[in-house]
Design a protein around this ligand. Sequence first.
Ligand code: ZN
Ligand code: ZN
Length: 453
Amino acid sequence: MASRLRPVLAPALRILSRTAATRVSSAAAISARRSLSLKSFFTSRKPATSDPFTSQFEPVLEQADLFHPLSKSPLAPVRAKADWIATHGTCPVCKEQHAAEEHQEEAKKTKSKPPTYECPDCGYPTHCSEEHYKMDKEHHKHVCGILREVNEDEHDLRSGRRMKEFEFPGAQHRDEAVNLSNWDTFLYTRGFLSMNSERSMRHVSHVLTYPLTIGSVLHQSSPYQLGKDLTVEGLKSLAALRHTLHPAMIPGITQNQDLRSTATHTVRIFCLGARAESHLPPHIYMQLAYLFPTTAFQIHFVGPDAIPPHTKSKEPHQHVHYEQMTFVYDNSRYEAYHAEAGPFNPYYDVFFLFSPGLAHPSTKDMWKPTIPLLLDTKCAIFGTGFDERDVMNDVAEIENAGYELDWLMKPRENVFRSLKHEINMTDVRQSAQCNWGIWGIRGRRYDVRPSDQ
Ligand SMILES: [Zn+2]
Ligand SMILES: [Zn+2]
């Protein structure tokens, strides 16, 4: 049943990721390494004054009090979510019945009713009635645990407690090696505090999945290895980028120098079709920069939804400078941007497409002129998807197009995916994880050599 229902997941989750992005973008005036107030992170800048819970900063929920049926939550945004699901959601039993009556005339069909009954175990509106809930309980129990987790996580994020896990560490010491084998080793070796619960891990991985997905691919201590995940072509492409990213191997830079002041190489990361990734505050991307202390970065977010965080400006092209990073936000069509940003160099430039939906009916055509341009640059191109189906659809789309390309990384699970599940509100049986899977390609070439820059 699950696989038959999968196709509807894609559009709903694409919308969902935009909603999530909007929430993160409202993270007003968060400065680096300051204690982050959760309110500023996830709620609107203009609290609804009629609701006492959105306009105060003291803890409103204790840790033992994080589970609430959505419609009875003390938090207005959670109650609004219950309303939304009860209006636009699906009762799976009604849906099955409706599908079974497909051949009947419209007038004779059973009317599908929206889910207004809340499961007592996860608190989500899952069925139209207790009767349908009981009929379907065997199926529901497969997703009930995830829904319960999401319910409690959401209440925790808005509980008003001090979110110590968002107090990120600054630059690392020269002698400290970062272990990028997985989230645990990364957070531990980088000295993240208070990462002692799975819930904290879910919160932090959700925010850091974009910079860490990039960092874990590019870094010389990458968890992706030749033979297992990387092809020979993949290693060649990454070796070119690492030559620029780890210039400590170049004589002349000593351990005593302030490495950031010696940043002489600028690596450009192009995030195309950017949405949520462009709305993250710049200090979140510093966690990428700290992995490469001698490198200056330009991160180019390109696409109609590429908007800097905390801005009221509607300018289609904006820059933000932050320590060794420059962020560029541009709403042009990629074809136009490409002409401006070129020439490209595989030693300095890399492309990331986060959940691009290359095969998705609503976005497929938009990508058609873009992919050949990217392949032409001979720079590495990495893409992600929010579940296995999404990744494999994109991969099939690339393979069927008959491009001249080499695979750099075969599609696989992303070590630095978000551990948080995002629920499809139109059908709560479905969930996905941001940057769940990853793959890499490059236009076919026969030689890689640095140009004179
Ligand atoms: Zn029903
Ligand atoms: Zn449940």
